[in-house]
Each structure stands twice: as structure tokens, then as C-alpha cells.
Design a binder for this molecule. Structure first.
Ligand code: ARG
Length: 593
């Protein structure tokens, strides 16, 4: 679990109750405090459930008290501070917690003056392995999922102050590159002096593969090229680089469109380290030879790792062993996250087991985790493909998203309200935002159905709905002609503490307050759908509030009569909190849409 102790209400309550438990029962062994949010406002805002367990534990120190009695004693010992308004014991010994409205109001006010704060947790170094397409092959929807989820995880870790290495473990090494370079030599003999115009690397790959399978002399040359490549032969490396450049340019265009930054560090980076790690394994005596292959059998694993093939070459296993070692000992990472499709779980778990066997890390000191995800399905619930049955090209997918989002905006008549630049910004923000949000708002473990119609619907839990909501909130202060500075000056007289009176105001304030605890939860599970649910709930709670509570009163001519500054502050704090969520989800915001 990730600790915190800044804005997390759950953590603060835990501390308060731990102290109260110790005061009420000084002789009792330490008992963990359980604090949860309540689902029903009848039971207050939060609930402490430890009296039940504590009552049992107290028997070991000869105190026989029923849970409701224990709960009452804990309540009597609680120091309420500025946080707690009221406590009550309910049912079999639950303690219901009601928060002070002024505490919530002060928190909302602090967002206006100091910005949305993140939970304060120990700074860690994280390596996040995501995207990782393969050179000379098309980046497919699986890589898109990895890109979207991985980028968002990085954004989350950066938001809470981690030092994050965003690593693109591209497939840029291995036998197929011998074949590609040999084919390059034949088709573009001038490649050393003139950059070959490879327009379609996919077909180039197919051609070379055909020759590789059909032509023995070509196959032999391809193998020679691999050996030369692995020995860093200058001309061969040059050919390999040219091929990588073509793919890289394609990948980068996609990253740019999606606002994703990532550092390329492909499998080739580990060539020397693979040699070293195999030598290390050999020296450690953990390798077995079977039919010429060198295998390692990690503890409790169903499959071995093949670290050297019978032809002497390295494998995906070898590169991931070198990689994990590099991340632990050279990068000195505390968290190693691998955002890779769930189909590779066995491979990664075997790598982690091997690394533990070798003493590279213990689960107590490092978080090494496969962040798996399911498949992208078409609306027919089958693997996502084009009508013709081909894999969908990402560039075309993004283009279609932009086209469709523009159509939607025009359907709603937005082109009459927005100028050209605003419309252009809106169509991209909506398209990319929707694609990302559709992915992130589903539990990543499951498969999810890709549907432009659903993700571009402006009702329901979609990015468009949220972006409209956000823009509407921002327009309130703008239309009132009030800057943030003006607003803060108005609120200075009440020390920046927002007054919460109407029930809907209180509810909105409480939802804003839950941001830090939501982030802590997501840091634990790395399930971003929880953050999506949070921001969606925030927008629905806001919509309720806006229905009940007039912010700006206008006369018959539409002239502003009065402004409720407390409510306007709530609006702005809501929008700021939504913007922080969007930032973590990698969604561009729009002031106008
Ligand atoms: N290139 C691989 C693929 O397309 C993913 C690599 C994931 N990262 C890793 N360290 N194995 O399936």
C-alpha cells in the first residue's frame, strides 16, 4: 500500500482513530484501523469499523467488552480537531463520521489559491515499460492500449512526484533483422550513400519473409547478416538503422498526436548486457542444456526460460532478463511496471521469478508488476479488424476518430459558435480524448469493445460529456467577467474558506475532497477506471448542484444582478479538479467547445 499523509482524508481519520484506540485501550495490542467511505449518506461521510475486530482482540488481554461498548469508548477518546463534526455509533459497532463543513470549505478554498494538491508520498523512481511496438511491423490496437494505459500511469506517477522513466521497449533486434538487411542490400544496393525510399515497410517485410522462406541462399545470407549485426558490423548496422528509422517516424507521428512522450530503448540496447547476463547465469550454475538450448527453470514456474537458442542466438527471454537487471541495478528503480497485454503474463511472471531466484529483488523492497490488459474487440465482440478482415492501422483509426468527432460537433452546430482554430482544437481533443477515455474507463483487465458511436456520445460516461461539462463550468466565471484573482479577493474576507450551506453544495465539496484518496487507491491498483469513475461522479454531483443552486442571478435584460461567490468558487474548484483528472488521463481540456 502506498502511504500518504497530505490531503488523504482516510489517512487522517486512520491516524485519529489509531490514537483514540490507543488511548481507550492502552493495554491492547496494536490493532489496524479500518476506515472507509460510506456509500449511503445516512451513515455519515466515512465509517470506522475496527470496534468489531478490536472487541475480539481485547479478550486476549482479558477485557470483555461488546463491539458497541468498544465503539463508544473509542468515540469518547477521539480528538475531533478541525476535521470531524460529529461521531455516532451505529448497528453492531460501526462508528459513523461526519466531517466539518468548514474543513471541506477550507480545502475547496485552498484549491483556488494554491491549486489542486496531490497526496504527499515518498518519492520513488519508476520505470514504466509501455507501448513497445515492433520495428518493421504495424503498431496495432494492442500497442495502442499499452500506449494509452502506460502514458496515463506515467502521468499519475509524475503527478505525485515520482521520478519516472518512460521506456519504449521496441522490438528492434533478432533474426528478422538479418533478413530485412539482406533484402535491403538487394533492393537498394546504394543504401550506404543514399537513403532508400521505403514507402511501405510492411510490404518490404513481407517480400523479405517470402524470400527467406523460399530461397536457401538468401536464408543463409540473412543469418550471416544477423551475426554481423550482433557484432555491430558498420554497414549492416547502417542498414538496420535505416529500417528502424522508417518505423520510428511512423510511431512518433502517433505519439505526437496522442501527446505521449516516451524514450526509445529497444531490445538492441541490451545486446552486450544479454551476453553478460547469460555469463552470469552460467557462472551461477542455474542453466540446463536441453537439445542444444540453454534453459533456466525458475522456482514455481510452469515453463523454463530459453536464454540461448540451439543456434547460439538470444531470445525475448534473454532480453527481458537483461532488461530487468538493468532496471534494478543501473536505473535503480523502486517500481518496475510492464504495461503489456495479458497474453504475456506467463512470460513476465517467469522473468520476475527468475530475477527473484537470482536475488535481484524481493517483493518487499521493490514493486515489480505486470500491468496486464485485455483485448480490443470490434462491435461484433470479435477481435478488432477492418471490414475486410485486416488489422486496423492506427493512423487510419485516429483519422477516422477526428473525422467523426468533427461531424458530431457540426451536427450540434458548434461550427457556428467556434472559430476555425477552436473547432480544429475541439475535434482533436474530442477524438483523442474519447479514444483514451473509452479505454481507460474500462477495467483494463477485461476486453473492451471499441465503438466510435459509443465513445462519441455526449450522454453518459464519455470524454465528450465530461469535456462539455468542463467547458460549461469554465464559462460561468468567464461570462461573469471574473478572473481567478478577482474571485480570490472576494473570498479573502472569509479567509478563503468557502461557505457550504445547501446540501448540494456540501455534497459537491465532499466529492472534491475525495480526489487525494482516489489517487492513492489508483496508485495501489493501477486501475485507471477508478479515476474515470471519480471524475464522472464529480461531474454528475456538480450537475445536481448547478440545478439546485443559482450561481449568477440576472435580470430580465440578462444583466448580472448578483453573483454568489461561494458557489462560483465551488464551480472553479470543480473545474480545477476535473482538469487535474484530465491531465492524468492524458485528455486535453477545452475552454470552449
Ligand atoms: N514488443 C513486445 C510486443 O509487441 C512488447 C514488449 C513489452 N516489454 C517487455 N519488456 N517485454 O509484444
Amino acid at each position: 500500500t502506498v502511504e500518504d499523509y497530505g490531503d488523504s482524508i482516510v489517512s487522517r481519520l486512520r491516524e485519529i482513530f489509531a490514537k483514540a484506540q490507543a488511548t481507550a485501550y492502552p493495554t491492547a495490542p496494536v490493532f489496524p484501523v479500518v476506515v472507509t467511505e460510506t456509500s449511503n449518506p445516512k451513515f455519515g461521510d466515512y465509517q470506522c469499523n475496527s470496534a468489531l475486530g478490536l472487541s475480539k482482540l481485547l479478550k486476549t488481554v482479558n477485557i470483555n467488552e461488546a463491539p458497541p461498548v468498544v465503539a463508544k469508548k473509542i468515540v469518547a477518546a477521539v480528538e475531533k480537531g478541525d476535521l470531524i463534526k460529529e461521531l455516532e455509533v451505529a448497528g453492531p459497532g460501526f462508528i459513523n463520521v461526519h466531517l466539518q463543513h468548514d474543513f471541506i470549505g477550507a480545502h475547496v478554498g485552498s484549491i483556488l489559491t494554491a491549486g489542486v494538491s496531490s497526496p504527499k508520498i515518498t518519492k520513488r523512481k519508476a520505470v514504466v515499460d509501455f507501448s513497445a511496438p515492433n520495428i518493421a511491423k504495424e503498431m496495432h490496437v494492442g500497442h495502442l492500449r499499452s500506449t494509452i494505459i502506460g502514458d496515463s500511469i506515467c502521468r499519475l506517477l509524475e503527478f505525485v512526484g515520482f521520478d519516472v522513466a518512460r521506456i519504449n521497449h521496441v522490438g528492434d533486434w533478432g533474426t528478422q533483422f538479418g533478413m530485412l538487411v539482406a533484402h535491403l542490400q538487394d533492393t537498394f544496393p546504394n543504401y550506404l550513400v543514399e537513403t532508400p525510399p521505403i514507402a511501405d515497410l510492411q510490404s518490404f517485410y513481407k517480400e523479405s519473409k517470402q524470400r527467406f522462406d523460399a530461397d536457401k541462399t538468401f536464408k543463409a545470407r540473412a543469418y550471416e547478416c544477423v551475426v554481423k549485426l550482433q557484432n555491430f558490423d558498420e554497414d549492416i548496422v547502417k542498414g538496420w538503422k535505416l529500417i528502424c528509422d522508417v518505423s520510428r517516424a511512423d510511431f512518433n507521428r502517433i505519439y505526437q498526436r496522442l501527446d505521449v512522450t516516451i524514450i526509445e530503448r529497444g531490445e538492441s540496447f541490451y545486446q552486450q548486457r544479454m551476453i553478460d547476463v547469460v555469463a552470469e547465469l552460467d557462472a551461477a550454475g542455474v542453466l540446463k542444456t536441453e537439445e542444444g538450448r540453454r534453459l533456466m527453470f525458475p522456482t514455481d514456474c510452469t515453463i523454463p526460460l530459453t536464454v540461448v537458442k540451439s543456434d547460439g542466438g538470444f531470445t525475448y527471454d534473454t532480453s527481458d532478463m537483461a532488461t530487468i537487471k538493468h532496471r534494478i541495478f543501473e536505473e535503480k528503480a523502486d517500481w518496475l511496471l510492464y504495461v503489456v497485454d495479458a497474453g504475456q503474463s506467463l512470460h513476465l511472471e517467469t522473468i520476475y521469478a527468475a530475477a527473484r531466484d537470482l536475488g535481484y529483488y524481493t517483493p518487499e523492497e521493490k514493486r515489480v508488476q505486470h500491468i496486464g490488459f485485455g483485448l480490443v474487440l470490434g462491435e461484433d465482440k470479435k477481435k478488432f479488424r477492418t471490414r475486410a478482415g485486416d488489422t486496423v492501422r492506427l493512423t487510419e483509426l485516429l483519422d477516422e476518430g477526428v473525422k467523426r468527432s468533427e461531424e458530431k460537433l457540426r451536427e450540434k452546430g458548434r461550427h457556428e459558435v467556434l472559430n476555425e482554430a477552436e473547432l480544429a482544437a475541439a475535434k482533436e481533443a474530442v477524438a483523442y480524448g474519447c479514444i483514451k477515455y473509452a479505454d481507460l474507463s474500462h477495467n483494463r483487465i477485461n476486453d473492451y469493445v471499441f465503438s466510435f458511436d459509443r465513445m462519441l456520445d455526449d450522454r453518459g460516461n464519455t470524454a465528450v460529456y465530461l469535456l462539455y461539462c468542463y467547458a460549461r463550468i469554465r464559462s460561468i466565471a468567464r461570462n461573469a467577467g471574473l478572473t481567478r484573482k478577482d474571485l480570490n479577493e472576494k473570498l479573502a474576507a472569509q479567509n478563503g474558506v468557502i461557505q457550504l450551506k445547501h446540501e448540494a453544495e456540501v455534497r459537491l465539496g465532499k466529492q472534491i475532497l475525495k480526489f487525494a484518496d482516489t489517487l492513492l487507491l489508483v496508485l495501489d491498483t493501477l486501475l485507471l477506471n477508478t479515476l474515470c469513475e471519480y471524475v464522472y461522479t464529480l461531474s454528475t454531483v456538480y450537475t445536481d448542484f448547478y440545478g439546485f443552486c443559482q450561481v449568477i442571478t440576472k435580470d430580465k435584460e440578462g444583466k448580472i444582478e448578483s453573483i454568489d461567490y461561494n458557489r462560483l468558487a465551488l464551480c472553479e474548484a470543480t473545474a480545477d479538479t476535473m482538469a487535474a483528472c484530465f491531465k492524468i488521463l492524458g485528455i486535453r481540456t477545452l475552454e470552449k467547445i
